[in-house]
Every structure is written in C-alpha cells, then in structure tokens.
Design a protein around this ligand. Structure first.
Ligand code: SF4
Length: 74
C-alpha cells in the first residue's frame, strides 16, 4: 500500500482465504519479506493473532508530545 496502511485495516494484498496475493512477487514489501513470525505472534487461533496485532498497534501508536513546561494548570 504505497500510501501506507492505517492501523486496523487489512492489507489490500490479503486474499479472502488469508493468503498473500503477492507472496512470491518482488513487489512484496521488504518488511513482510523480513518478518519471521514467532509462536507468540500467531497464537493458536486467528483471534489470538489479531489480539496480538491489536496490542502491537496500541503500543506503537504515535503520541503527541508537548514541549516541557507547557502543561496546563487549572
Ligand atoms: S505479507 Fe505483506 S503484502 Fe502480503 S498480505 Fe501480508 S501484509 Fe500484505
């Protein structure tokens, strides 16, 4: 996805049977090629894998930062 994939949205290369449509193609993203799935990532079910992904997205979500000393006081 050249413009990036939003969190919570399936990759558009994902087929209905959950296989990658471009698995053996050179245009498959490098991050996908390099990824080595681990049992903790996949779990025993699709639901466990999606739960892991949701947690990963949560902890890697960008946060807005304020300059030090700019906190509001009431
Ligand atoms: S391996 Fe990469 S390109 Fe293929 S479906 Fe998964 S995220 Fe998309």
């Amino acid at each position: 996805m050249p413009e990036g994939k939003p969190a919570g949205v399936a990759c558009r290369q994902l087929l209905p049977d959950y296989r990658c449509a471009i698995f053996d193609h050179p245009e498959r993203p490098a991050v996908c090629v390099r990824l080595r799935p681990l049992p903790d990532m996949c779990g025993a079910t699709r639901e466990q894998a999606l739960c892991f992904l949701a947690a990963l997205e949560q902890v890697t979500r960008p946060v807005a930062c304020r300059p030090a000393g700019s906190e509001r006081r009431s």
